[in-house]
Ligand binder design. Structure first.
Ligand SMILES: [Zn+2]
Length: 413
Protein backbone atom coordinates (compact mmCIF):
# COMPACT_ATOMS: atom_id res chain seq x y z
CA UNK A 1 0.00 0.00 0.00
CA UNK A 2 1.30 3.37 -0.93
CA UNK A 3 1.05 5.54 2.09
CA UNK A 4 0.03 8.75 0.53
CA UNK A 5 2.25 10.85 -1.63
CA UNK A 6 5.29 12.79 -0.88
CA UNK A 7 7.62 12.45 2.02
CA UNK A 8 7.75 16.09 2.83
CA UNK A 9 4.76 18.36 3.03
CA UNK A 10 5.30 22.08 2.84
CA UNK A 11 3.18 24.27 5.05
CA UNK A 12 2.54 27.56 3.34
CA UNK A 13 0.03 28.87 5.83
CA UNK A 14 0.87 31.15 8.75
CA UNK A 15 3.78 30.15 10.94
CA UNK A 16 2.81 28.25 14.02
CA UNK A 17 4.05 29.07 17.46
CA UNK A 18 6.44 26.69 19.13
CA UNK A 19 3.92 25.17 21.51
CA UNK A 20 1.71 24.12 18.62
CA UNK A 21 4.30 21.60 17.55
CA UNK A 22 3.98 18.35 19.38
CA UNK A 23 7.07 16.32 20.00
CA UNK A 24 6.21 12.70 20.23
CA UNK A 25 9.61 11.61 21.35
CA UNK A 26 12.38 12.89 23.49
CA UNK A 27 15.48 11.26 24.81
CA UNK A 28 15.21 10.37 28.47
CA UNK A 29 18.24 11.15 30.60
CA UNK A 30 20.34 8.15 31.46
CA UNK A 31 22.66 8.52 34.37
CA UNK A 32 24.94 5.74 33.21
CA UNK A 33 25.83 7.45 29.93
CA UNK A 34 29.20 9.10 29.52
CA UNK A 35 29.36 12.79 30.38
CA UNK A 36 30.27 15.36 27.74
CA UNK A 37 33.30 17.56 28.27
CA UNK A 38 33.29 21.29 27.59
CA UNK A 39 34.61 20.91 24.04
CA UNK A 40 31.84 18.44 23.25
CA UNK A 41 29.16 20.67 24.78
CA UNK A 42 30.24 23.39 22.35
CA UNK A 43 30.77 21.08 19.37
CA UNK A 44 27.33 19.50 19.68
CA UNK A 45 25.50 22.60 20.90
CA UNK A 46 23.15 22.66 17.87
CA UNK A 47 22.07 19.13 18.76
CA UNK A 48 21.80 19.81 22.46
CA UNK A 49 19.54 22.80 21.79
CA UNK A 50 17.03 20.47 20.17
CA UNK A 51 14.56 19.48 22.89
CA UNK A 52 14.21 16.02 21.29
CA UNK A 53 17.95 15.41 21.59
CA UNK A 54 19.31 17.44 24.48
CA UNK A 55 22.39 16.55 26.46
CA UNK A 56 20.92 13.13 27.24
CA UNK A 57 20.58 12.32 23.55
CA UNK A 58 24.07 13.55 22.77
CA UNK A 59 25.45 11.38 25.56
CA UNK A 60 23.59 8.44 24.11
CA UNK A 61 25.17 9.10 20.70
CA UNK A 62 28.57 9.23 22.36
CA UNK A 63 27.99 5.79 23.84
CA UNK A 64 26.65 4.38 20.56
CA UNK A 65 28.47 1.89 18.36
CA UNK A 66 27.64 1.85 14.64
CA UNK A 67 29.13 -0.54 12.10
CA UNK A 68 29.35 0.86 8.59
CA UNK A 69 29.88 -1.72 5.85
CA UNK A 70 31.50 0.00 2.89
CA UNK A 71 33.30 3.35 2.73
CA UNK A 72 32.18 4.16 -0.80
CA UNK A 73 29.36 6.22 -2.29
CA UNK A 74 26.77 5.48 0.39
CA UNK A 75 29.31 5.08 3.16
CA UNK A 76 30.84 8.50 2.53
CA UNK A 77 27.96 10.67 3.76
CA UNK A 78 27.08 8.11 6.42
CA UNK A 79 30.59 8.19 7.88
CA UNK A 80 30.95 11.96 7.59
CA UNK A 81 27.63 12.75 9.25
CA UNK A 82 27.80 10.09 11.95
CA UNK A 83 31.32 11.18 12.90
CA UNK A 84 30.28 14.82 12.89
CA UNK A 85 27.16 13.98 14.90
CA UNK A 86 29.26 12.51 17.68
CA UNK A 87 28.53 8.81 17.35
CA UNK A 88 31.14 7.55 19.78
CA UNK A 89 32.34 4.43 18.00
CA UNK A 90 32.26 3.95 14.29
CA UNK A 91 33.27 0.57 12.85
CA UNK A 92 34.34 0.72 9.22
CA UNK A 93 34.60 -2.30 6.96
CA UNK A 94 36.22 -1.85 3.55
CA UNK A 95 38.94 -3.68 1.68
CA UNK A 96 39.23 -1.40 -1.33
CA UNK A 97 41.68 1.29 -2.38
CA UNK A 98 40.68 4.77 -3.52
CA UNK A 99 40.43 4.99 -7.30
CA UNK A 100 40.12 8.10 -9.45
CA UNK A 101 36.71 6.91 -10.69
CA UNK A 102 35.43 6.86 -7.08
CA UNK A 103 35.82 10.58 -6.52
CA UNK A 104 32.76 11.60 -8.54
CA UNK A 105 30.61 10.38 -5.63
CA UNK A 106 32.73 9.06 -2.74
CA UNK A 107 33.18 12.40 -1.01
CA UNK A 108 34.92 10.88 1.98
CA UNK A 109 38.04 10.54 -0.16
CA UNK A 110 40.14 13.12 -1.95
CA UNK A 111 42.54 13.16 -4.87
CA UNK A 112 45.54 12.91 -2.55
CA UNK A 113 44.26 9.53 -1.34
CA UNK A 114 44.18 7.86 -4.76
CA UNK A 115 45.94 4.54 -4.46
CA UNK A 116 45.78 4.38 -0.68
CA UNK A 117 43.27 2.27 1.19
CA UNK A 118 39.80 3.65 1.73
CA UNK A 119 40.13 2.81 5.41
CA UNK A 120 43.21 4.97 5.88
CA UNK A 121 41.74 7.76 3.76
CA UNK A 122 38.53 7.63 5.79
CA UNK A 123 40.44 7.63 9.05
CA UNK A 124 42.29 10.83 8.19
CA UNK A 125 39.16 12.63 7.09
CA UNK A 126 36.95 11.47 9.96
CA UNK A 127 39.51 12.30 12.66
CA UNK A 128 39.81 15.73 11.11
CA UNK A 129 36.05 16.23 11.31
CA UNK A 130 35.81 14.90 14.85
CA UNK A 131 38.84 13.71 16.81
CA UNK A 132 36.49 12.42 19.54
CA UNK A 133 35.19 9.61 17.37
CA UNK A 134 36.67 6.20 18.06
CA UNK A 135 37.23 4.36 14.77
CA UNK A 136 37.35 0.58 14.62
CA UNK A 137 38.75 -0.28 11.22
CA UNK A 138 38.32 -3.64 9.49
CA UNK A 139 40.40 -3.57 6.36
CA UNK A 140 38.92 -6.72 4.99
CA UNK A 141 36.07 -8.00 2.89
CA UNK A 142 32.97 -8.79 4.96
CA UNK A 143 32.36 -12.51 4.53
CA UNK A 144 30.24 -15.18 6.13
CA UNK A 145 33.37 -16.27 7.99
CA UNK A 146 33.93 -12.93 9.74
CA UNK A 147 30.62 -11.00 9.68
CA UNK A 148 29.12 -12.24 12.95
CA UNK A 149 32.38 -11.70 14.78
CA UNK A 150 32.80 -8.18 13.38
CA UNK A 151 29.21 -7.04 13.86
CA UNK A 152 28.61 -8.47 17.31
CA UNK A 153 28.50 -5.73 19.94
CA UNK A 154 27.41 -2.93 17.60
CA UNK A 155 24.08 -1.21 18.16
CA UNK A 156 23.39 -0.71 14.49
CA UNK A 157 24.66 -1.78 11.08
CA UNK A 158 24.57 0.64 8.15
CA UNK A 159 24.65 -1.13 4.80
CA UNK A 160 26.76 0.83 2.35
CA UNK A 161 27.44 -2.10 0.05
CA UNK A 162 26.95 -2.15 -3.69
CA UNK A 163 26.29 -5.81 -4.44
CA UNK A 164 23.62 -8.35 -3.67
CA UNK A 165 25.87 -10.96 -2.07
CA UNK A 166 27.07 -8.55 0.63
CA UNK A 167 23.58 -7.09 1.04
CA UNK A 168 22.13 -10.52 1.89
CA UNK A 169 25.13 -11.18 4.12
CA UNK A 170 24.54 -7.91 5.99
CA UNK A 171 20.83 -8.67 6.26
CA UNK A 172 21.28 -12.17 7.66
CA UNK A 173 23.97 -10.94 10.06
CA UNK A 174 21.59 -8.24 11.28
CA UNK A 175 18.73 -10.72 11.79
CA UNK A 176 20.89 -13.39 13.46
CA UNK A 177 22.40 -10.86 15.88
CA UNK A 178 19.21 -8.85 16.37
CA UNK A 179 20.90 -5.62 15.28
CA UNK A 180 18.88 -3.21 13.09
CA UNK A 181 20.20 -2.67 9.58
CA UNK A 182 19.90 0.71 7.88
CA UNK A 183 19.68 -0.15 4.19
CA UNK A 184 20.38 1.96 1.14
CA UNK A 185 21.00 1.25 -2.51
CA UNK A 186 21.40 3.31 -5.65
CA UNK A 187 21.31 2.77 -9.38
CA UNK A 188 21.64 5.44 -12.04
CA UNK A 189 19.14 8.13 -10.98
CA UNK A 190 17.29 6.08 -8.39
CA UNK A 191 17.74 5.16 -4.79
CA UNK A 192 16.10 3.17 -2.03
CA UNK A 193 16.36 3.24 1.72
CA UNK A 194 14.77 1.44 4.64
CA UNK A 195 15.45 0.20 8.15
CA UNK A 196 15.42 -3.57 8.42
CA UNK A 197 15.71 -6.04 11.26
CA UNK A 198 13.95 -4.04 13.97
CA UNK A 199 11.65 -5.74 16.50
CA UNK A 200 8.61 -6.84 14.51
CA UNK A 201 9.76 -5.06 11.35
CA UNK A 202 10.61 -6.71 8.03
CA UNK A 203 14.08 -7.58 6.82
CA UNK A 204 15.59 -7.30 3.35
CA UNK A 205 14.61 -10.90 2.57
CA UNK A 206 10.98 -10.17 3.41
CA UNK A 207 11.08 -7.77 0.49
CA UNK A 208 13.43 -9.57 -1.87
CA UNK A 209 13.44 -13.28 -1.16
CA UNK A 210 16.03 -14.04 -3.80
CA UNK A 211 18.54 -11.96 -5.70
CA UNK A 212 18.23 -11.42 -9.42
CA UNK A 213 20.68 -13.42 -11.52
CA UNK A 214 24.11 -11.82 -11.21
CA UNK A 215 24.74 -11.19 -14.89
CA UNK A 216 21.60 -9.07 -14.92
CA UNK A 217 22.66 -6.86 -12.05
CA UNK A 218 24.88 -4.07 -13.26
CA UNK A 219 26.90 -2.40 -10.54
CA UNK A 220 27.62 1.32 -10.48
CA UNK A 221 30.73 0.44 -12.45
CA UNK A 222 28.66 -1.00 -15.28
CA UNK A 223 25.37 0.82 -15.01
CA UNK A 224 26.51 4.25 -13.94
CA UNK A 225 25.13 6.44 -11.17
CA UNK A 226 24.63 10.16 -10.79
CA UNK A 227 27.12 11.08 -8.07
CA UNK A 228 24.70 12.92 -5.82
CA UNK A 229 22.31 9.95 -5.64
CA UNK A 230 24.43 7.94 -3.17
CA UNK A 231 25.03 11.23 -1.39
CA UNK A 232 21.30 11.71 -0.98
CA UNK A 233 20.56 8.12 0.01
CA UNK A 234 23.58 7.92 2.35
CA UNK A 235 22.48 11.11 4.06
CA UNK A 236 19.06 9.54 4.58
CA UNK A 237 20.76 6.45 6.02
CA UNK A 238 22.74 8.64 8.42
CA UNK A 239 19.52 10.38 9.45
CA UNK A 240 17.78 7.08 10.05
CA UNK A 241 20.77 5.76 12.00
CA UNK A 242 20.62 8.74 14.37
CA UNK A 243 16.85 8.37 14.72
CA UNK A 244 17.18 4.67 15.58
CA UNK A 245 19.96 5.37 18.09
CA UNK A 246 17.96 8.11 19.79
CA UNK A 247 14.49 6.59 19.36
CA UNK A 248 13.43 9.73 17.53
CA UNK A 249 10.37 10.13 15.33
CA UNK A 250 9.25 7.44 12.91
CA UNK A 251 12.02 5.56 11.18
CA UNK A 252 11.72 3.82 7.81
CA UNK A 253 11.21 0.46 9.56
CA UNK A 254 8.22 -1.06 7.78
CA UNK A 255 8.55 1.33 4.85
CA UNK A 256 10.67 1.39 1.72
CA UNK A 257 11.64 4.84 0.52
CA UNK A 258 12.20 5.09 -3.21
CA UNK A 259 13.72 8.15 -4.81
CA UNK A 260 13.84 9.12 -8.46
CA UNK A 261 15.96 12.23 -8.84
CA UNK A 262 14.88 12.78 -12.44
CA UNK A 263 11.35 13.51 -11.31
CA UNK A 264 12.46 14.24 -7.73
CA UNK A 265 9.69 12.01 -6.50
CA UNK A 266 10.06 10.49 -3.06
CA UNK A 267 7.68 7.65 -2.31
CA UNK A 268 7.33 5.49 0.74
CA UNK A 269 5.77 2.10 0.38
CA UNK A 270 4.50 0.12 3.36
CA UNK A 271 6.27 -3.20 3.75
CA UNK A 272 5.52 -5.92 6.25
CA UNK A 273 7.36 -8.77 7.84
CA UNK A 274 6.77 -11.93 5.82
CA UNK A 275 5.96 -14.85 8.15
CA UNK A 276 7.49 -17.13 5.48
CA UNK A 277 10.75 -15.16 5.36
CA UNK A 278 13.55 -17.70 5.91
CA UNK A 279 15.57 -15.15 7.90
CA UNK A 280 13.18 -13.33 10.24
CA UNK A 281 9.97 -15.36 9.75
CA UNK A 282 10.62 -19.10 9.90
CA UNK A 283 14.23 -18.65 11.11
CA UNK A 284 15.34 -21.40 8.73
CA UNK A 285 18.54 -19.44 8.27
CA UNK A 286 20.45 -20.23 11.44
CA UNK A 287 23.89 -19.44 10.14
CA UNK A 288 25.52 -17.44 7.40
CA UNK A 289 25.85 -19.08 4.00
CA UNK A 290 27.97 -18.81 0.88
CA UNK A 291 26.44 -15.64 -0.52
CA UNK A 292 28.32 -15.66 -3.80
CA UNK A 293 26.90 -19.08 -4.50
CA UNK A 294 23.45 -18.03 -3.30
CA UNK A 295 23.48 -15.08 -5.68
CA UNK A 296 24.81 -17.17 -8.54
CA UNK A 297 22.28 -19.93 -7.84
CA UNK A 298 19.56 -19.19 -10.35
CA UNK A 299 21.85 -17.92 -13.07
CA UNK A 300 21.35 -19.46 -16.46
CA UNK A 301 22.27 -18.27 -19.86
CA UNK A 302 20.01 -15.44 -20.86
CA UNK A 303 20.59 -16.14 -24.53
CA UNK A 304 19.38 -19.73 -24.21
CA UNK A 305 16.15 -18.49 -22.72
CA UNK A 306 15.60 -15.81 -25.28
CA UNK A 307 15.54 -18.44 -27.97
CA UNK A 308 12.62 -20.27 -26.36
CA UNK A 309 10.40 -17.31 -25.49
CA UNK A 310 8.83 -14.95 -27.99
CA UNK A 311 8.70 -11.27 -27.10
CA UNK A 312 5.70 -9.03 -27.58
CA UNK A 313 5.97 -5.28 -28.07
CA UNK A 314 3.97 -3.07 -25.67
CA UNK A 315 2.13 -1.32 -28.52
CA UNK A 316 1.19 -4.68 -30.01
CA UNK A 317 -0.23 -5.89 -26.71
CA UNK A 318 -2.12 -2.63 -26.20
CA UNK A 319 -3.69 -2.90 -29.64
CA UNK A 320 -4.78 -6.46 -29.00
CA UNK A 321 -6.25 -5.61 -25.60
CA UNK A 322 -8.10 -2.67 -27.14
CA UNK A 323 -9.53 -5.07 -29.72
CA UNK A 324 -11.03 -7.14 -26.92
CA UNK A 325 -8.53 -10.00 -26.83
CA UNK A 326 -8.01 -11.57 -23.42
CA UNK A 327 -4.64 -13.30 -23.15
CA UNK A 328 -3.53 -14.31 -19.67
CA UNK A 329 -1.23 -11.53 -18.41
CA UNK A 330 0.95 -12.26 -15.40
CA UNK A 331 2.94 -9.70 -13.47
CA UNK A 332 5.92 -11.42 -11.82
CA UNK A 333 7.23 -8.45 -9.85
CA UNK A 334 7.47 -8.10 -6.09
CA UNK A 335 4.32 -7.07 -4.18
CA UNK A 336 5.53 -3.52 -3.60
CA UNK A 337 6.04 -3.00 -7.33
CA UNK A 338 2.55 -4.34 -8.10
CA UNK A 339 1.24 -1.73 -5.68
CA UNK A 340 2.94 1.07 -7.59
CA UNK A 341 1.57 0.27 -11.04
CA UNK A 342 0.21 -2.60 -13.11
CA UNK A 343 -1.12 -3.37 -16.56
CA UNK A 344 -4.94 -3.54 -16.54
CA UNK A 345 -6.24 -7.10 -16.45
CA UNK A 346 -2.97 -8.58 -15.21
CA UNK A 347 -2.70 -11.15 -12.44
CA UNK A 348 0.01 -10.90 -9.84
CA UNK A 349 2.24 -13.93 -9.33
CA UNK A 350 5.64 -12.92 -7.92
CA UNK A 351 8.58 -14.65 -9.56
CA UNK A 352 9.24 -17.00 -6.67
CA UNK A 353 5.62 -18.23 -6.74
CA UNK A 354 5.58 -18.95 -10.48
CA UNK A 355 6.56 -22.61 -10.13
CA UNK A 356 3.72 -23.22 -7.68
CA UNK A 357 1.29 -21.45 -9.99
CA UNK A 358 2.05 -23.54 -13.08
CA UNK A 359 -0.40 -26.41 -12.27
CA UNK A 360 -3.20 -23.86 -12.03
CA UNK A 361 -2.53 -22.38 -15.46
CA UNK A 362 -4.48 -23.26 -18.58
CA UNK A 363 -1.62 -24.45 -20.76
CA UNK A 364 -3.61 -23.97 -23.95
CA UNK A 365 -4.03 -20.24 -23.42
CA UNK A 366 -1.59 -17.66 -24.58
CA UNK A 367 0.22 -16.28 -21.54
CA UNK A 368 2.09 -12.99 -21.46
CA UNK A 369 4.50 -12.17 -18.66
CA UNK A 370 5.98 -8.89 -17.60
CA UNK A 371 8.11 -7.33 -14.88
CA UNK A 372 9.86 -3.97 -14.56
CA UNK A 373 12.25 -4.19 -17.52
CA UNK A 374 11.60 -7.64 -18.94
CA UNK A 375 14.36 -9.66 -17.31
CA UNK A 376 12.66 -11.41 -14.40
CA UNK A 377 9.64 -12.12 -16.59
CA UNK A 378 11.93 -13.82 -19.10
CA UNK A 379 12.98 -16.30 -16.41
CA UNK A 380 9.35 -16.89 -15.50
CA UNK A 381 8.40 -17.27 -19.16
CA UNK A 382 11.08 -19.91 -19.58
CA UNK A 383 9.64 -21.89 -16.66
CA UNK A 384 6.19 -21.76 -18.26
CA UNK A 385 7.53 -22.79 -21.66
CA UNK A 386 9.39 -25.69 -20.05
CA UNK A 387 6.19 -26.74 -18.28
CA UNK A 388 4.35 -26.98 -21.59
CA UNK A 389 2.41 -23.73 -21.74
CA UNK A 390 1.83 -23.52 -25.48
CA UNK A 391 2.17 -19.82 -26.21
CA UNK A 392 4.38 -17.89 -23.81
CA UNK A 393 5.37 -14.32 -24.52
CA UNK A 394 7.54 -11.86 -22.65
CA UNK A 395 6.59 -8.18 -22.70
CA UNK A 396 9.59 -6.46 -24.23
CA UNK A 397 11.07 -3.78 -21.95
CA UNK A 398 8.62 -4.57 -19.15
CA UNK A 399 6.27 -2.08 -17.58
CA UNK A 400 8.76 0.75 -17.99
CA UNK A 401 8.51 0.46 -21.76
CA UNK A 402 4.74 0.07 -21.45
CA UNK A 403 4.70 3.41 -19.61
CA UNK A 404 6.89 5.03 -22.25
CA UNK A 405 4.96 3.76 -25.24
CA UNK A 406 1.42 3.04 -24.06
CA UNK A 407 0.46 4.75 -20.81
CA UNK A 408 2.68 7.67 -19.71
CA UNK A 409 0.22 8.52 -16.91
CA UNK A 410 1.36 5.49 -14.92
CA UNK A 411 3.81 6.19 -12.08
CA UNK A 412 7.39 5.17 -12.82
CA UNK A 413 9.72 3.82 -10.17
ZN1 LIG B 1 12.56 -11.17 6.81
Amino acid sequence: MLDGGTLVSVVLSRPRSAQQYTYNTSVQPETETTALNREELVRYSRHIMLPQVGEAGQRRLKDSRVLLVGAGGLGSPVALYLAAAGVGTLGLVDFDAVDLSNLQRQILHGSAAIGSSKISSARDRLYDINPNVHLEAYETRLTSANALEIARGYDLIVDGTDNFATRYLVNDTSVLLGIPNVYGSVYRFEGQASVFGTDGGPCYRCLFREPPPPELVPSCAEGGVLGVVPGLVGTIQATEAIKVLLGLGETLAGRLLTIDVLTMEFRTIRIRRDPECPACGTHEIRELMDYDRFCAGSAQSRDDQKRAVVEIEPAQLATRLAAGETPVIIDVREPFEWQINRIPGARHVPLDHIAAEIPRLDKRRETILYCKVGVRSLYAAQQLADAGVSEVRNLSGGILRWIDEVDPTMPRY
